[in-house]
Design a binder for this molecule. Structure first.
Ligand code: 3PY
Ligand code: MG
Length: 251
């Protein structure tokens, strides 16, 4: 089965750079993947598209060396199975609030005896290889999003779920839950929570990914030792650079 380069980077303690595809278009996903990211995540939670658009996006990412990931819209066995069958090499699951949530998520991503994933990896075998079934359980990545107060408080229980590879921190939702604005990325309440989660995960040998709302935050998160840095979405990058050029020319 094709290797998951993210696991290799994590093992070498080299930070992975993750692109975020929230425009439901295969060419945009391909552009992101071709820009040098180690992985690109197709976002079915906040991206304004459904699974029919996610499949060509995963195909587009697979034309490059970037690892195709998805963020599912919710913790659903049906949707997660379909996305893995479509060739996703890892799943980021939003709003994991308890050990039970994390166990349900991990079960959806693994074949028996680790879990209850149903067999039918239609495109998974095309991308992964003919020996997909033999190696899928230990190749595909599972990252549980911690982004609520409940999730923060249950972090150690979530992190102790066997076969969960790690967590992915959602700073905007977490900030809201902490009584802050969703862009309060420098507030000590939020930065302390991020540091604590990172230390807890690393102490248990689990990976940490994060979404970053600004380049400043991305640089700080890299310095903190976070394993997977996402420096903004395609929408944010397009918007920021377009506005910058328009404003510069308007003078
Ligand atoms: C959050 O910041 O809450 C996210 O889910 C980032 O994608
Ligand atoms: Mg969120």
């Amino acid at each position: 089965m094709r290797e998951n380069h993210l696991r290799t980077l994590f093992a070498k303690k080299k930070p992975a750079l993750n692109g975020w595809a929230s425009i439901g278009n295969s060419f945009v996903a391909e552009l992101l993947a071709d820009s040098g990211f180690d992985s690109v995540t197709v976002d079915l939670q906040h991206g304004l598209f459904s699974i029919e658009s996610a499949v060509p996006m995963l195909q587009a990412i697979s034309t490059t060396n970037a690892v195709p990931l998805v963020r599912c819209s919710e913790n659903s066995l049906g949707e997660i199975n379909k996305l893995l069958d479509a060739g996703a090499y890892g799943v980021i699951c939003p709003l994991i609030n308890s050990r039970e949530d994390a166990e349900k998520f991990v079960r959806a991503c693994h074949y028996s005896p680790r879990g209850g994933r149903s067999y039918g990896p239609a495109r998974g075998v095309l991308y992964g290889g003919k020996d997909y079934f033999e190696h899928a359980n230990r190749t595909l990545l599972t990252l549980a999003m911690i982004e609520t107060r409940q999730g923060l408080e249950a972090a150690l229980e979530i992190l102790s779920v066997p076969d969960l590879d790690g967590i992915f921190i959602g700073p905007s939702d977490l900030a809201i839950e902490l009584g802050l604005r969703p862009d309060a990325w420098n507030d000590p309440l939020l930065t302390n929570a991020i540091s604590t989660l990172t230390a807890q995960a690393h102490a248990l040998g689990k990976y940490v990914g994060i979404f970053c709302g600004s380049m400043e935050m991305a640089t700080q998160m890299k310095a903190l030792g976070i394993d997977m840095i996402t420096p903004g979405t395609d929408v944010q990058l397009l918007r920021a650079e377009t506005s910058r050029r328009v404003e510069a020319l308007r003078g």
